[in-house]
Design a protein around this ligand. Structure first.
Ligand code: BES
Ligand code: ZN
Ligand code: ZN
Length: 499
């Protein structure tokens, strides 16, 4: 897609669709028009205001109103899209509003799009611009490479109408939006690939290809090296699979002079989770191709970080393998020894994510990396607790908690703080090993996090359980499949920590 910024007047922009965001007034009925929307309304003889008064369009989030200018503008069509009530608008709601609009435009044949910007005088215009552009680039995402005939047309051109002011800031916001959206869509592609294509080896190949393109250092540990490092969790989980495991390491050096080792991003990379010997029910098992959503988020974030160049060091660690049942698979009852020497009594082979993460967290803390942020589609328990709306945030440091919540708000992703209180550790006490692998039915996302805590030593650490947010059903603003959650928050966090 060709993306351009233009100061050309709205009336003169020749395009298939001109997108105009309009909000709803906070206190009274009716819509609030930004200056760009106001002038378009005037060129259209006040039709937007008139349709609002008539009750056809209220400016609510997700609403769409199509107008055919019949020559009054160079655009073939104007799509007015609702942004929601003023005062309730967030980066996430802006992203979803423009994503909904672009998806409608795309489905109805548009290829050349022009986007007007929006500002309410409250939110920073760089932030609202970034959110609207991200929404457009995220909304147009589809994954159709395995369909021989797809009717979907692709958007070929996006022109963003600035009014000439704030240009340096607006230009940067658009640049940032583009990098973040491309990285999110890269993560989505990884998640959406079928598990026969995206094996651990292929995940490593794609990570390396991205690293070369982005100018990151990379290393992929093969099974022999993983054995040498005594990563007993990763070796235990991979045991039942024909596909060799990999341990992917990518490095971004944004502060080469610094003695600070920098941040670690750790992602769960189970390319298919059958449950192993404790096999999952058949219904929905296909979605377990998405059990590498944490890995995808971390790799996407590394791509965006390389693009935006914050002044800090970041290391990505991705343990990746399949979890399969077979005669060679690990069993309930087994005891595995993790890289840091601690032993885990296996209770249920479907709780495999914590085992491979334990090795990766051990590796990160041994390298002296801090903070360590891990992302994982870890538990069904977090879906019970928070549904598909929020990611569970477990963190051993209050300042880091606040930084992640703030980064999430700026990035348009929602996180909810979850507990790590010591009482929960009782549930994972083993009679026979250092730790029991699972803590039973209650608070299962918390006991999973408590297990991970054993492997971070004294690093600042946050665990993001994305089981509910990494994979989504079809929505007006997104395709069914990988959401790419985490990419934008992690990148935003890196930018903030670098300051
Ligand atoms: N990959 C799953 C968690 C998951 C569930 C991800 C739903 C995405 C959507 C994980 O490996 C798993 O199976 N967890 C079990 C652990 C249990 C057996 C202790 C769970 O949470 O149910
Ligand atoms: Zn599992
Ligand atoms: Zn899993």
């Amino acid at each position: 897609m060709d993306i351009q910024i233009t100061a050309q007047a709205a009336r003169e922009i020749a395009c298939d669709v001109l997108l105009v965001g309009v909000s709803r007034k906070a206190s009274e009925a009716g819509i609030a028009l930004s200056s760009q929307a106001q002038s378009i309304d005037e060129l259209l003889n006040g039709i937007i205001t008139e349709r609002s008064t008539a009750g056809e369009f209220k400016g609510s989030a997700g609403e769409l109103l199509t107008i055919h200018p019949m020559g009054k503008l160079a655009a073939q069509r104007v799509i007015v899209f609702g942004l929601g009530k003023q005062g309730t608008i967030t980066t996430q709601s802006l992203q979803r509003a423009s994503a909904t609009a672009i998806r409608h435009a795309q489905k109805t044949g548009a290829q050349q799009i022009a986007l007007t910007l929006w500002n309410d005088g409250i939110m920073e215009s760089a932030l609202t611009t970034q959110a609207l552009v991200e929404g457009v680039l995220l909304g147009q995402y589809t994954f159709k490479k395995y369909q021989s005939s797809s009717n979907d047309r692709v958007i070929t051109q996006l022109r963003i109408l600035t009014e000439g002011d704030d240009t340096a800031e607006i230009t940067h916001a658009i640049h940032k939006a583009q990098i973040l959206a491309e990285a999110t869509n890269f993560a989505r592609d990884l998640i959406n690939e079928p598990p026969n294509v995206l094996t651990p080896g292929e995940l490593a190949n794609r990570a390396v290809a991205m690293a070369k393109q982005a100018g990151l250092e990379w290393e992929v540990f093969e099974k022999e090296k993983i054995e040498e490092l005594q990563m007993g969790g990763l070796l235990g989980v991979t045991q039942g699979s024909q596909e060799p495991p990999k341990f992917i390491v990518l490095r971004y050096r944004g502060a080469p002079q610094s003695t600070d080792k920098g941040m670690a991003l750790v992602g769960k990379g189970i390319t298919f989770d059958s449950g192993g010997i404790s096999i999952k029910p058949a219904a929905g098992m296909d979605e377990m191709k998405g059990d590498m959503g944490g890995a995808a988020a971390v790799l996407g974030a590394m791509q965006a970080i390389a693009g935006l160049q914050p002044a800090l060091n970041v290391t990505a660690l991705v343990p990746t393998c399949e979890n399969m049942p077979s005669g060679t698979a690990f069993r309930p009852g087994d005891i595995l020894r993790i890289m840091n020497g601690k032993t885990i009594e296996i209770v249920n082979t479907d709780a495999e994510g914590r085992l491979i993460l334990a090795d990766a967290l051990s590796y990160a803390s041994k390298e002296g990396l801090s903070p360590i942020i891990d992302l994982a589609t870890l538990t069904g328990g977090i879906v019970v607790a928070l549904g598909y709306t929020m990611t569970g945030l477990f963190c051993n440091d209050e300042l880091l908690t606040d930084e992640i919540l703030a980064a999430g708000r700026a990035a348009g992703e929602k996180y909810w703080p979850m507990p790590l209180d010591e009482e929960y550790a009782e549930q994972i006490r083993s009679d026979i090993a250092d730790i029991k692998q699972t803590g039973g039915r209650t608070a299962s996302s918390v006991t999973a996090a408590k297990i991970l805590e054993n492997f971070v030593q004294d690093a600042q650490w946050a665990h993001l359980d994305i089981a509910g947010t990494s994979y989504g059903d079809k929505k007006a603003y997104q395709e069914k499949g990988g959401t790419g959650v985490g990419v934008r928050t992690l990148t935003e966090l890196a930018l903030r920590l670098a300051q």
